[in-house]
Design a protein around this ligand. Sequence first.
Ligand code: AMP
Length: 212
Amino acid sequence: MKLIIFGPPSAGKGTQAQKLSKKYGIPQVATGDLLRKAVADKTPLGLKVKSVLDQGRLGPDNLIVQLIKERVAKPDCKNGYLLDGFPRTMGQAKELEKMTDIDLVLNIVVDFELLVERAVGRRTCPKCSAVYHIKFNPPMNEGECEKCGSRLIQRDDDKEETVRNRLKVYMEQTAPLIDYYRKKGKLVDIDGSGGIEAVAAQMIKAISLIKK
Ligand code: AMP
C-alpha cells in the first residue's frame, strides 16, 4: 500500500503518519525528517539545504527526488510506504508518477489560523522524531520525550514568522497538487480540525475503501 499524507504545514501529517505507519506496518517516509537529519549530520546534502529549511523555503526538486528514490529503495519499503511531506511541487509529483502508482492521497484540511497555533506550540524529539504540543498533546513530563527521555525542542521552522512563510509557500507551490490528484480520483479530503483520534478514524475509513 502506497499512501500520501497531504496538507499544509502543521496540519498533523507527521502525527497521523506515525499512527498509520504503526497500524499498517509500513514505514513513514518524511522528507522533512530526512532533510533535518542530513542537516544535523552535516552531510553534503545537509549543508546545501540548511538555509532553505531555516527560512521555510522548499529544497530543489532534483535533490529531494533523489533523496526519496534512495529511501524507498530500502528493503523496509517493499510492501509499501507512507509519504509525508512529499510531493510538494508539481515537478515532484510528476517524478513520483514515473516511479510508482500511489493508492490514495489523504488530504488534511485545516483552517490556517489553527495551523499557526499548532505549529508554534509544537515540540519535537530531536532523537526519535516523536511529536508533542504544549496545549493539545503535552508529554507526561514537561519538555521531555515520553518515548526516549530526550529534551524536546521547538524546530526553527516552527517559529511564527517562518510558519506564515511556509503557509504562503504551501499555497503557491503545493496546494495546486490537490486538484491534480483529485482529478485522478485518488484524493480524499480529511477534516483535520478535530482531535488526533478523530482525524485518524477518518483516514482508516478512507484506507479501508481503497479499491483493490
Ligand atoms: P516538513 O517537516 O515536512 O514540514 O518539512 C520541513 C522543511 O523541509 C520544509 O519547510 C522544506 O524546507 C523542506 N522540505 C520537506 N519536504 C520537502 C519537499 N518535498 N520538497 C522541498 N522541500 C521540502
